[in-house]
Design a protein around this ligand. Structure first.
Ligand SMILES: C[S@@+](CC[C@H](N)C(=O)[O-])C[C@H]1O[C@@H](n2cnc3c(N)ncnc32)[C@H](O)[C@@H]1O
Length: 342
């Protein structure tokens, strides 16, 4: 975003809109539905972790339960209050303070990791806040955040499908920032950061690729998923796939992606997930396996053995069959390993 007076006004407007959104009474209640997701938490280095824009403590609380000294900061007392209320009887209640992530009230290198989920992408000038996160992270510490997937937006545009506006001017309320993997590599190089992990994130929730691929069936998906996914076996399978398979697939698959960067003294060239060429067989399961084979190399046997083991559970198998028939079969297969060029 260029630093013109017009852009500055627009930036102020968006920040105001987004800020007000989270101050409202009951703000954060909906977050309890997606409560306590663990994936960003598993990548944190400790002991001291800052959850920036912590909201209801969705990540601060599991971090604390894992033994980290985690503290949440947020500008909305309403969101923080929800977290305090919901965690009062948990093993590790929410620890938090009111504050602004644009000017963090902490000294340089105060934290081993900063976790910040569904936050940076609300800010047109998210790179400025990212620099603030870098400032409070110690050398060799980590920044774990999610961001809109520029690769998915480019992929949708290529298919002639409409995606979120890339410019804040078009629709300030709907604005969400995005970055492509190619641009992320540049950002990492610029700040001497090691890319530890990039992975498609939140496949089943607000996914524009699924929205277009499934058409009218997308609307019923969330309730169908709630019934097929809500068993221990199916959840274990989802977790194994998220950890074992998704990191080898393209961020074009999801509207967001999870990014883990390390403040490394030495920048290493990231070679993960380079574009690979393969000829689709027309059988989605075969294609998925082929992409994994090309990207994960020898690890593919280990990954498929883990998944096959979990598929012995009838609930996991039921979910898998539902997923293959109703979702995988309808995805544009190039999206599995597609990457935007710029
Ligand atoms: C989408 S919520 C995400 C909450 C939490 N990270 C989660 O994933 O459940 C965005 C949060 O960012 C907070 N926020 C927005 N602007 C902020 C600012 N300038 N400083 C601190 N927090 C801010 C909001 O109050 C809100 O709680």
């Amino acid at each position: 975003m260029n630093d013109t007076p017009e852009n500055r006004d627009q930036d102020r407007l968006i920040r105001e809109i987004k800020r007000t959104r989270w101050q409202q009474k009951g703000g954060g209640e909906e977050y309890q539905f997606y409560a306590y997701k663990n994936d960003p938490v598993t990548h944190a280095l400790g002991p001291n972790v800052l959850d920036a824009g912590a909201g209801t403590g969705r990540f601060t609380i599991p971090l604390r339960e894992k033994g980290f000294h985690a503290v949440g900061i947020d500008i909305s007392p309403e969101m923080l209050a929800q977290g305090v209320k919901h965690s009062a009887h948990r093993e590790a209640p929410f620890s938090c303070l009111i504050g602004d992530i644009e000017r963090l009230p902490f000294p340089d290198a105060a934290f081993d990791s900063v976790v910040s989920i569904t936050v940076l992408r609300h800010f047109p000038r998210w790179r400025d806040i990212f620099r603030e996160y870098l400032r409070v992270t110690r050398p060799a510490g980590r920044i774990i955040f999610d961001m809109g997937s520029g690769d998915q937006r480019a992929f949708l545009a290529r298919q002639g499908w409409k995606s979120k506006p890339n410019s804040a001017a078009a629709d300030p309320l709907a604005f969400e920032a995005a970055i492509t993997k190619a641009k992320l590599r540049q950002l990492a190089a610029e700040h001497n950061l090691r890319i530890v992990l990039t992975t498609p994130y939140d496949f089943f929730h607000v996914n524009d690729l699924l929205r277009y691929a499934l058409g009218p069936d997308y609307d019923g998906l969330e309730s169908q998923l709630a019934s097929t996914m809500n068993t221990q076996g199916a959840l274990a399978l989802c977790e194994a796939v998220t950890r074992g398979i998704f990191p080898y697939l393209s961020p074009a698959l999801t509207s967001s992606w999870l990014i883990v960067l390390e403040k490394s003294a030495q920048h290493e060239e990231d070679t993960s997930g380079a574009s690979v060429s393969y000829s689709p067989t027309g059988d989605p399961k075969q294609d998925l396996l082929e992409v994994l084979r090309l990207r994960a190399g020898n690890r593919v046997d280990e990954i498929t053995a883990d998944v096959n083991q979990l598929l012995r559970d009838p609930d996991a198998r039921h979910f898998y069959d539902f997923f293959c028939a109703h979702i995988l079969a309808r995805l544009p297969l190039e999206s599995l390993c597609w990457e935007a060029k710029e």
